[in-house]
Design a protein around this ligand. Structure first.
Ligand code: UT7
Length: 321
């Protein structure tokens, strides 16, 4: 059973916080053997943003949280739970979510970080909807935030050009109206844990991202279309009936390939890789905010969220706006 059976949970507000510092493909030409054309053709990325030296993951998460609360019309003391999807917390503990809870003075809230690779904020959204549907929470603040600056190997051209920093957030609350989160599926395939990992070696005492990019690319193109088709079938909806897709932003070629296999039009999604690169767990939340802000999602629309990432992890969520 993948359907939410209880109360309706709806998105009440969204936000993004993008740090000011920008690195273009041309900037990378100066530090590794690469070129603008290769990066654009293979990934769709033109630039990415990075946190300033004194900005940590919790700072980006907090800024996005304040904006999402403002958009929702709720105050911090009305939040029951803060869930943060991140792979680049300030420290392993205390959690980013606890720091944000403290900064917001969300005095009635618990706080949990969710580490599920780039699927982190989709997982958080799925858990938020479960908590609201079952009745244990009324309002949940979901944040995706990353500062990859410190975990990138700036000499590895296969990974350093891909990632960027940023944060996005949304407030999910109980709703009397129709729609809301309808179903969700979270899957893992830990046999693929070596494909994307954080690792230290003789040169890097502080662990850095290591990725078998090509293997990830093949894995996603093989596994995701089947996963999405199965999810849609079990949710009682055909892929062509989905009005809008919020897809994890890893590579425009991955999004194009999966959509082609699903026979879904590109017009039913939004890509922002050219502006932000891959912001890992933040990407889904940033994309959600941009889709809401540009009114690409209309009341009554069926929206499907899809993400994949290190682990390997896969996730999907169906939502009616
Ligand atoms: O969100 C987390 C999940 N991560 C992903 O989804 C990433 C999935 N993977 C990818 O997006 C792609 O595999 C990459 C963009 C990382 C790489 O693209 P690719 O088309 O798979 O390239 P490749 O790894 O097969 O490399 C092709 C060539 C190699 O050269 P040779 O061996 O053919 O001479 C690489 O060394 O491209 C070379 N290369 C580069 N050339 C210029 C690798 N990185 C670069 C670079 N600039 N930055």
């Amino acid at each position: 059973m993948i359907r939410y059976m209880g109360r309706s949970a709806k998105i009440l507000g969204t936000s993004k916080y993008i740090p000011e510092k920008i690195m273009t493909n041309k900037d990378f030409e100066k530090i590794v053997e690469t070129n603008d054309q290769w990066i654009i053709e293979r990934t769709g990325i033109c630039k990415r943003h990075f946190a300033l030296d004194d900005e940590k993951c919790s700072d980006l998460a907090y800024r996005a949280a304040v904006l999402a609360l403002e958009d929702s019309g709720l105050t911090a003391d009305q939040i029951d739970m803060i869930l943060v999807g991140t792979n680049s917390p300030d420290t392993v503990f205390p959690s980013v979510s606890c720091k944000v809870q403290g900064m917001l003075k969300a005095v009635n809230s618990g706080a949990i970080d969710i580490q599920a690779g780039c699927t982190g904020s989709l997982t958080a959204l799925s858990v938020a909807a479960s908590g609201i549907s079952s009745g244990i929470w009324n309002n949940v603040l979901v944040i995706g935030a990353e500062v990859f600056r410190d975990i990138i190997d700036w000499t590895d051209r296969g990974t350093c050009i891909l990632f960027g920093d940023g944060a996005g957030a949304c407030v999910v609350g109980v709703s009397d109206s129709d729609g809301g989160f309808a179903s969700t599926r979270l899957l893992a395939d830990g046999t693929g844990h070596e494909m994307i990992r954080l690792e230290s070696d003789e040169e890097h005492v502080t662990p850095v991202v290591r990725m078998k990019g090509n293997e990830v690319f093949k894995f996603v193109n093989t596994v995701m279309p089947k996963f999405i088709k199965g999810f849609c079938k079990d949710s009682g909806v055909a892929p062509e009936e989905i009005d809008f897709w919020i897809f994890h932003q890893a590579n425009t070629r991955i999004i194009d390939g999966v959509f082609k296999r699903l026979n879904v039009s590109q017009e039913k999604t939004l890509t922002n890789l050219s502006e932000y690169g891959n912001t890992s767990a933040a990407s889904l939340m940033i994309t959600l905010h941009e889709a809401m802000e540009s009114e690409k999602i209309k009341s009554g629309d069926k929206v499907c969220f899809v993400a994949f990432g290190a682990g390997m992890t896969l996730g999907a969520l169906l939502y009616q706006a």
